[in-house]
Design a protein around this ligand. Structure first.
Ligand code: PLP
Length: 377
């Protein structure tokens, strides 16, 4: 085995912007301003401008972004929040953390995002919010959810932790007439060098509430009106993000092209039945940022083993739908309840993906994938 392809290639990204990143971090070190301060203010301005939202509030992680969104809406014990089971655990975790009940609705089999038709019958008087997830960087059907919740008191929160930079009819993820929550975990489309996240809103009073809650519910120095959390972003992470955001437009365009190239190359190279390798479906008008490039294959474990042997790492996002996780056993779901999520979680497999994936490495991956699928049929 000669090649070893990195899964997310954060090293190449660092080397590309190294001089700027090193300087930015050292400048913060010398500034004595480690929490909030000018780097954080600059970042929030730039983030809001990027997605076109009125307010961006930087926070300590994507998880805290979601938690603060629910806290700001006063969601509590006795309430229900509808979301997808086919996501990272944090989406449902925060619902349980505020004392509410996660209610899982199944996904669409083509986009893997929450299916509005499956959500409708689950709405009742206890439903206080819906959290669609823009999975793998493909915007969820936020228009349809906005229509569904219009004229009701049900809050809409986009879990955009994987979709910063994605668009739907030209409109940016995180800004779909709902609160938008994103993550800057290192391997996300826009990542820092630790934990980080942001919440976006166009509503001034929501922004004020979020700002208070992320800083211990403080409304003036040592005056605490609400019970909040320590949910602030470090200045050093903000400095890293300010450097990366300046290159983001270019980098994300490359990332999108590489994702689209994967699909074109797989379709061109695979000689068997098209249903043997299901590539991502991107509906008209939407642009995915391919936080993950994930395909569906029948004999996933065997295919992954063959790829791994050839220096191609793979990952599974996600092997167990959340309604089948032990921690949600009390939510009243069982295997068989959400068949689409269960089926997809058995077949899905993510391939190496980054804006720094070289074309010949991609060709090598596509060739190995097609061969592995053919051999394991
Ligand atoms: C990464 C992720 C989160 C959590 O973000 P952190 O910054 O790791 O806390 C939440 N939801 C989804 C869909 C994610 O991918």
């Amino acid at each position: 085995m000669s090649r070893q392809i990195p899964f997310a290639d954060l090293k190449s990204q660092y080397n590309t912007y190294k001089a700027e990143l090193d300087k930015a971090v050292l400048d913060v070190m010398g500034s004595s301003m480690y929490i909030m301060g000018p780097e954080v203010e600059k970042l929030e301005k730039n983030l809001a401008a990027y997605v076109g939202a009125r307010h961006a509030l930087s926070v300590s992680s994507g998880t805290d972004a979601l938690l603060l969104a629910l806290m700001s809406y006063g969601i509590k014990a006795g309430d229900e929040v509808i979301t997808t089971p086919f996501t990272f655990i944090a989406t449902a975790e925060v619902i349980a953390l505020v004392g509410a009940k996660p209610v899982f609705a199944d996904i669409d089999e083509t986009t893997y995002n929450l299916d509005v038709e499956k959500v409708k019958p689950l709405i009742n008087e206890r439903t206080k919010a819906i959290i669609p997830v823009s999975l793998y960087g493909l915007p969820a059907d936020m228009d349809k959810f906005a229509e569904l919740t219009k004229g009701t008191n049900i809050k809409l929160i986009e879990d955009a932790c994987q979709s910063f930079g994605a668009t739907d009819k030209g409109k940016h993820s995180c800004n779909y007439n709902s609160m938008g929550c994103t993550s800057f975990f290192p391997s996300k489309p826009l990542g820092c060098y630790g934990d980080g996240g942001a919440v976006f809103t166009n509503d001034d009073s929501e922004a004020e509430m979020l700002a208070n809650l992320r800083n211990h519910g403080q409304i003036a120095r040592y005056k605490h009106k609400y019970i909040g959390i320590n949910g602030r972003l470090d200045a050093m992470q903000a400095a890293v993000l300010n450097v990366k955001l300046a290159h983001f437009k270019e980098e994300i365009a490359t990332r999108i092209k590489i994702g689209n190239d994967y699909t074109a190359k797989i379709k061109a190279a695979y000689k068997g039945d098209a249903s043997d390798i299901i590539t991502p479906y991107i509906p008209d008008g939407k642009v995915s940022v391919y936080a993950q490039y994930s395909v569906r294959v029948k004999n996933r474990e065997e295919v992954a083993k063959k790829l791994n042997e050839q220096g191609i790492p793979t990952a599974i996002h996600y092997p167990i739908p959340l309604h089948m996780q032990e921690c949600y056993a009390g939510c009243g779901f069982k295997e068989g309840d959400l068949p689409v999520s269960e089926k997809v979680s058995k077949e899905i497999m993510s391939l190496p993906m980054s804006a720094f994936l070289k074309a010949d490495d991609q060709d090598y991956i596509v060739e190995a994938l097609c061969k592995a699928v053919q051999e394991t049929k």
